[in-house]
Design a protein around this ligand. Structure first.
Ligand code: CDP
Ligand code: MG
Length: 136
């Protein structure tokens, strides 16, 4: 079994989409093996999005990720779980995301795009260590 990190972002928690998103994972036979609802602090958000440091959107993205509680998950499945989940999430810009994907069905705005999913095995390991150090 392989594990990956998912963040149901503040915009989605605020809209009451937690159940919808988790249902999609469960229907796909992926398992939630850890979950924590918490407000991500600015330092942790910047560490999480370190690859985007210096880009024009970083301050807006960090503000969005820290403004209210996120539901942070470790999701487990067979094979390349991070890849399956990225396919379920859809394109970064919801306007480009295919119908049937989480962003393609539930979002319209790039900075309110519902969910984060790790983009590789290495990212999954790095991000699990940030948010669930006891489980890394
Ligand atoms: O989330 P994903 O891995 O698909 O995209 P990313 O390129 O790693 O960017 C992280 C997040 O920054 C995105 O999910 C968007 O919410 C936000 N973003 C943005 O607001 N404007 C951009 N031009 C690029 C990303
Ligand atoms: Mg990313």
């Amino acid at each position: 079994m392989n594990r990956t990190l998912v963040i149901i972002k503040p915009d989605a928690v605020e809209r009451g989409l937690v159940g919808e998103v988790i249902s999609r994972f469960e229907r796909r036979q992926l398992r939630v093996v850890a979950a924590e609802l918490r407000v991500i602090d600015v330092a942790t958000a910047r560490r999480h999005y370190a690859e985007h440091e210096g880009k024009p959107f970083i301050d807006r993205v960090v503000a969005g990720l820290t403004r209210s509680p996120s539901l942070i998950l470790i999701v487990e499945g067979p094979g390349e779980t991070w890849k399956v989940i990225r396919a379920m999430i859809g394109a970064t810009d919801p306007a480009e995301a295919a119908p049937g994907t989480i962003r393609g069905d539930l979002a319209i705005d790039m900075s309110e795009n519902v969910i984060h999913g790790s983009d590789s095995v290495a990212s999954a390991q790095r991000e699990i260590a940030i948010f669930f150090p006891d489980l890394a």
